[in-house]
Design a binder for this molecule. Structure first.
Ligand SMILES: [Zn+2]
Length: 77
């Protein structure tokens, strides 16, 4: 197996590892609901990204409400 010709000094290893540290995620404010959201990610509160309803949470919520209403009407009959 290949072997390194010379031993690596601790300074060289340290210099290489100086770029390995994890950086804190950049947080931004959702322009729609003002929640704190990681940048370049869909807002988990309202499902909006770049002005578009990506997850269609509002549509799903409306559909849920409509279904509930229908069920209530059925039980009342
Ligand atoms: Zn949002």
């Amino acid at each position: 197996m290949a072997e390194p010709k010379k031993r690596l000094t601790s300074a060289r290893s340290g210099a290489r590892r100086s770029h390995l540290a994890h950086k804190a995620k950049k947080l931004t404010e959702c322009p729609k609901c003002k929640a704190v959201v990681p940048s370049h990610q869909v807002c988990s509160k309202c499902g909006f990204y770049n002005g578009n309803d990506v997850m269609e949470l509002e549509k799903k919520e409306q559909a849920k409400a409509a279904r509930r209403k229908e069920e209530e009407e059925k039980t009342n009959e």
